[in-house]
Write a protein that binds this ligand. Structure first.
Ligand SMILES: [Zn+2]
Length: 234
């Protein structure tokens, strides 16, 4: 029975390790994806800032051109000889002023977008710096955990082979079968007069024998091996 308990304890540790190992690589992946997402957003924002600079410059040039034209037309106003010419010039000036105000509005919203983006780029830049160093530390921890677990796993597997050698073949094959069927738990302690695995009632005669540790019994319902925490003949 002691050998079976030891075997169960080794197998439980192995199961925990496998669960952990199964989880770690996906956690590392998750962190990498998080970093990639921030990087690509940041690059996108920086690209947009470059575009804004080009677009703003285009509008400044157009506004300057319009100002020159307007001034030229205003000078011509003094030279006109009749109302018709005067009105025609005024229409042209108004039209240019409308164009100018459209460009000015566009310039203004570009400036606003630039301000917001610049702020967010600065914040993200510093966040990325913090995150990157944090990620490096976490990745290293995870990677060393993976390699530690692999070492622990092979040492547990060696111990398992030793334990299995100390138990008769028939019992080991029952143990393996129950483990398979019962989610890795084949050896449980009594819980009062019940099975610690499934809760089924264990007959008094068996309980007494299990407590006395003279016969190895299994639960009639779930098939698990049963032992008693308080081994005593009393
Ligand atoms: Zn049971």
């Amino acid at each position: 029975m002691e050998n079976l308990k030891a075997l169960q304890s080794i197998d439980t540790k192995l199961k925990d390790l496998n669960d952990l190992l199964g989880d770690l690589p996906s956690k590392v992946d998750e962190l990498n994806q998080q970093e990639d997402l921030i990087k690509s957003t940041l690059e996108g924002n920086k690209e947009r800032l470059k575009e804004i600079a080009v677009e703003s410059h285009k509008r400044e040039v157009r506004i300057a051109e319009i100002n020159i034209k307007v001034n030229r037309l205003k000078d011509q106003l003094f030279l006109v000889t009749n109302n018709k010419q005067y009105d025609a010039l005024m229409v042209e000036i108004d039209h240019l002023k409308d164009q100018r105000s459209t460009f000015e509005n566009e310039s203004l919203s570009l400036m606003e977008e630039k301000e917001t983006l610049t702020e967010s780029v600065e914040t993200m830049d510093s966040e990325l710096g913090t995150l990157s160093s944090d990620l490096t530390v976490r990745r290293e921890k995870l990677e060393s955990a993976i390699s530690d677990s692999a070492d622990e796993k092979s040492s547990l597997e060696e111990k398992r082979i030793e334990k299995v050698d100390g138990i008769d073949f028939n019992t080991v094959s029952i143990y393996n079968r129950v483990c398979e069927a019962r989610n890795g738990l084949a050896v449980v302690s009594l819980s009062g007069n019940g099975c610690g695995g499934c809760g089924a009632h264990v007959p008094m005669q068996k309980v007494t024998e299990i407590r006395a540790n003279i016969v190895i019994h299994r639960c009639d319902v779930c098939g698990r091996f049963l032992y008693s925490e308080n081994n005593s003949v009393n």
